[in-house]
Every structure is written in C-alpha cells, then in structure tokens.
Ligand binder design. Structure first.
Ligand code: PEP
Ligand code: MN
Length: 368
C-alpha cells in the first residue's frame, strides 16, 4: 500500500501539541466512584489528554470480571463532563463501536486479541465506515507485523484516517520478567513501513508489574513512541483486573515528571537515526537471547535435580553429540556458520555441566 494519508497526532482530542500524547486510566471501569476519582486525579496532573477504561473486558477465562458494559459508558460520560478529558475505550464488536459512539467516546481501540482475528477487524472496519472516530490498533498477541499492518489497512480502507498503533508487547511462550515481550524491533519496522502512523506505547501490558512501568515508558519514548497509554487506578490493590500493573495516580504523576523527553538535536541526522534504530533492534534481540538462556538454565537445573535423584552423571556423551549435530544442521540452514554454532554451543554446554555438577555436589540442606 502507498504511503497512508493519516491525520497527525496533533489533531487528536485533548492534544494541544505538546509531546508525548498521554492516555491514562484504569484497566476496567469498575464503578462510578472509581472512574470519577481516577479521572479527577489524572486531570489534576495537567498532563493527561485522554482517559482510558475497559468497558467490555476480553478475559482469558470465563467468570473473571468482564466489564460493567453500558453502565460504564455513563460513568465515563460523567467523567468527561467533569474533567474535560477525552475518552478512550476498547471495542471488539460492531455493537461495542455503535454504543461507544452513541455515548460520545472519542477514541476507540481494537485490543490485541481482536486484532489477531481478521474477520473481527473487518467487521469493526465496516461498522466504523463513514464515522469520524479516532481508532488505535493494538499489536496482535503474536509477533506478526503483517497481521498488525493488515488490521490498520482494513480500517484505513474503510475511510478511517485518524489512526494510531498501540505497542503492548507480544505474548511470551515461556515465563519472562515482563508480562509481554516488547520486541522493539517490530515497532521499529512498523515505523519504517508506515512512517506517518503515530505509535503509542502501552508500557503497562508490557511490564505486567507497576514497578517496571516507568522503565518501559522511558525506553519507548527514547526509541520512537509518540505517546503513552498507561493503566492508572485510584486504588490498584482492589482493582478487578490487572491489579499488579496499575499505577496509583501519584506514582503515575511521578513517572511523568521523571520522563526525559529528548528533542531532536543536530546529531539526529538520518544516518544517526538509522544507526540508532539498528542498535535498538540488536539491543532488543540480545535481551530476548538472554531471557532464553535463562529459561534454558532453569530447565538445566531441573534436569540436574532429576539426574541427582536417579543417580545419573551430569555429562552424557551421546546427548552432547546429538545436540551438536542437530544444532549445526539447523544453524547451517538459517545461515549461521558451523564454527560459530559449535563455539556457542560449547560455551552453553560447559555452563550447563558446571551447574549440574554443582547441584550433584550439594546436599539436601544446600551445603556444598
Ligand atoms: C487493556 O488495555 O486493558 C487490554 C485488555 O489490553 P490488551 O488488548 O493489550 O491485552
Ligand atoms: Mn489491562
């Protein structure tokens, strides 16, 4: 698709042109009191442009809090009247979109699970045809840039030009420090593919934990984000969804005050910019490599315990030969040299054996 004719972020609701664009609010609208208390405190920071809240919640398991529905739209309307903040909610079906527009919601976003399904995105795009809605498209759950771009294109083809992407990270198949892997390299690629599409980072769903949110927010701003969407709850401890990752209004205010926003300098030539993008991709991939090595080591430790119980020695010749053969074969297929794979494997294997030997030598009280 040719360069999209997308409206700049400067025309978005509540935005007076300062950077970045800030959307904040609870994961879910839970009660009138919670919405109004949170909105009032957010407006008092003077730095928030729009209030977010989940009205219909996509939950992994049935029975969890699924949102307050239409009633919540009334609370949000009241919050808008009281604070002047623009409103942003998630929509997953044409009915949600219709209700949202009826209740004066300014910005709609398509959630990660919905974006993963082209049928749902197409239905939403058709429902929004001819409206002047602002629409944000979260990245899909899987790290599939084409699926993300496809969802943006579907909305654009329905005449929606007030578009932005939200980067909320990708589901990790193993347990990692972060709830969702940022894979910044994918957002950097999105920027190159759609240079005038605003990108808003949702550090809350990447972090999964309130204490990590500021670090992710800063990283996003440093890399390329034009705005942030942050989960803030007036009392996170009692939140009905995503309690661990929601900031209190005061922690959120501290985070915004500490955020360092670098304006472009003369050193930001296209060359430096490109180099920065390449390095950011390498940084992000290295971090994922380390996470994977840590996951591997955790399994190595479990095997160590297991071998100890079964009285098996840490090193088995046949297993090692099999590892080298299969990895070299696969590595060659994906363009890595035999020498490189072998030296890397040796390093990884040596550390595994050392760890297992350590486990064997330790008695059940943890004494070496
Ligand atoms: C949310 O923003 O509360 C939400 C459900 O996000 P996601 O679609 O990214 O999981
Ligand atoms: Mn949430």
């Amino acid at each position: 698709m040719d360069k999209l004719n997308i409206e700049p972020l400067s025309s978005w609701p509540g935005y007076a042109g300062q950077s970045p664009y800030i959307i904040a609010g609870p994961c879910s609208a839970e009660s009138r009191e919670q919405v109004l208390a949170t909105a009032t405190q957010l407006a008092a920071t003077g730095k928030v442009h729009a209030l977010r809240a989940g009205v219909w919640k996509p939950r992994s398991r049935p029975g969890a809090f699924e949102g307050a529905g239409i009633e919540a739209l009334e609370w949000l309307q009241e919050a808008k009247n009281q604070t002047g903040l623009a409103l942003a909610i998630e929509v997953a079906t044409p009915q949600h979109a219709e209700q949202a527009l009826k209740y004066g919601i300014d910005i709609l976003w398509v959630g990660a699970r919905t974006v993963s399904n082209p049928f749902s995105v197409e239905q939403l795009a058709n429902a929004l045809r001819g409206t002047s809605a602002y629409v944000m498209v979260k990245n899909p759950v899987n790290p599939d840039l084409e699926l993300w771009i496809g969802a943006i294109e579907r909305l654009y083809r329905s005449g929606i030009t007030r578009l932005a992407a939200i980067h909320r990270g990708f589901f990790p198949f193993e347990k990692t420090t972060l709830r969702n892997l940022p894979k910044w390299e994918i957002t950097i690629d999105l920027r190159s593919r759609m240079p005038n599409l605003p990108i808003i980072c949702d550090p809350s769903h990447i972090a999964g934990k309130a204490s990590i949110v500021p670090t992710i927010a800063q990283k996003a701003i440093d890399l390329m984000a034009d705005g942030l969407m942050v989960e803030v709850h007036n009392n996170p401890k009692v939140a009905l969804s995503d309690a661990q990752q929601q900031l209190t209004p005061s922690a959120f205010n501290d985070m915004l005050n500490a955020l360092s926003i670098k304006s472009s300098t003369t050193s930001d030539t296209p060359f430096c910019d490109k180099l920065k993008q390449f390095r950011s991709k390498i940084d992000s991939i290295d971090q994922q490599l380390l996470e994977l090595l840590a996951q591997r080591m955790n399994i190595v430790k479990e095997i160590g315990e297991f071998k100890k119980q079964c009285n098996v020695k840490p090193y088995q010749e046949s297993r090692w030969e099999n590892i080298v053969d299969s990895r070299v074969q696969y590595g060659l297929q994906i363009g890595l040299s035999e020498e490189y794979i072998k030296s890397l494997l040796q390093l990884v294997h040596k550390e595994s054996i050392r760890k297992q030997a350590e486990i064997m030598d330790t008695d059940s009280n943890g004494n070496a």
